[in-house]
Write a protein that binds this ligand. Structure first.
Ligand code: ATP
Length: 308
């Protein structure tokens, strides 16, 4: 696995306030890395520092081994990014926009433009004016624009923002394709958790400027604990028994009984407790967890830690 982007103890302080607090992580070739966090967590600030739009207070960012601090031009030459809305001339066609963009950079051939247009699936509409494009098509044109110079890392801040489900799916499929077929490192940010689950290989969770977890999506979602629904009668009594014996467990009422997050080994202990309390156990069902469940678990656990 080849590391393409490396953040080393990156900190950003603005007007005495620490916006990004000592963040370190790596992104490898061929993977889609998702940067996930609630509003104001620091995703955009981190991305702006990676693409060189904003300086950092301390730490360093390496792109293919080149420091963005000491070898800025070399470092950013490997990056293709959409951070703010891409600049486009609405009264020109998509193709004219790409030609215009290509003239500003060196060595982009007509063949390269055609190949990129095909890659993002815009061949049929590329000669139409941009003002007739849907938001999803504009996103794809923006993607084509930042792919023209064959970057090794693609960075997109909230790429699915404002898109409808079909548009979201398109972008998601293209990003996965770029990682798989072109072996690119792709970094995206979002607070659309279900999207990240389908799009990313790994995710980093950021909260209050701190990176609180980096994991493979699959491991993050499934983890070692499961959420189980216990079909029990009377459920009220089962609930109070859990609260009394395991005050730290997060337990909720569910349609058929109670629902709680425990490891598999703990299930017999709970069943024994219920039986001894003359509570009837009709069934135990594992509930599928989504990234959203895990995200809320992780971020609220940290909030609690923060308050102690
Ligand atoms: N130039 C700035 N001056 C002062 N504060 C800033 C500046 N830029 C960002 N911040 C603050 O830093 C924090 C992180 O902002 P950032 O935009 O990076 O968050 P985000 O995770 O991208 O949020 P969102 O999902 O809402 O876009 C916020 O509290 C924001 O107000």
């Amino acid at each position: 696995m080849e590391t393409v982007v490396e953040l080393k103890n990156v900190t950003k302080v603005i007007k005495g306030r620490t916006i990004i607090d000592n963040i370190s992580f790596q992104v490898n070739k061929g993977e889609v890395f998702g940067f996930l966090g609630p509003n104001g967590a620091g995703k955009t600030t981190t991305i702006r520092m990676i693409v060189g739009l904003m300086g950092m207070t301390s730490g360093d960012i390496l792109i293919k081994g080149s420091s963005i601090k000491n070898h800025f031009e070399d470092a950013v030459s490997h990056i293709g990014a959409i951070v703010e809305n891409p600049e486009m001339y609405k009264f020109l066609s998509g193709y004219q926009n790409l030609i215009h963009y290509a003239r500003m950079s060196k060595g982009i051939t007509k063949e390269k433009i055609d190949e990129t247009v095909k890659l993002v699936g815009l061949t049929d509409r590329i000669h139409d004016k941009v003002k007739t494009y849907s938001l999803g098509m504009r996103q794809r044109l923006g993607l084509a624009q930042c792919l023209l110079h064959d970057p090794e890392v693609l960075i997109l801040d909230e790429p699915t923002n404002g898109l409808d489900p079909a548009g979201i799916r398109e972008i998601r499929d293209y990003l996965r394709l770029l990682a798989r077929k072109k072996n690119m490192a792709v970094i995206v940010s979002s607070h659309l958790l279900s999207e990240m689950e389908m799009m990313c290989d790994r995710i980093g969770i950021i909260q209050n400027g701190k990176l609180i977890d980096v994991q493979l999506v699959q491991e993050f979602v499934h983890g070692s604990e499961g959420t189980y629904e216990f079909e029990v009668v009377p459920s009220e009594r089962a609930l109070s028994i859990i609260q009394l014996n395991f005050p730290d467990l997060h337990v909720t009422r569910s349609s058929n009984g109670i629902s709680l997050g425990v490891s598999k080994e703990e299930i017999p202990v709970l069943v024994k407790l219920f039986v001894e309390a003359e509570i009837q156990v009709f069934g135990i069902k594992e509930q599928a967890k989504t990234l959203e469940d895990r995200f809320l678990e992780v971020t609220s656990a940290k909030e609690t830690l923060g308050r102690v």
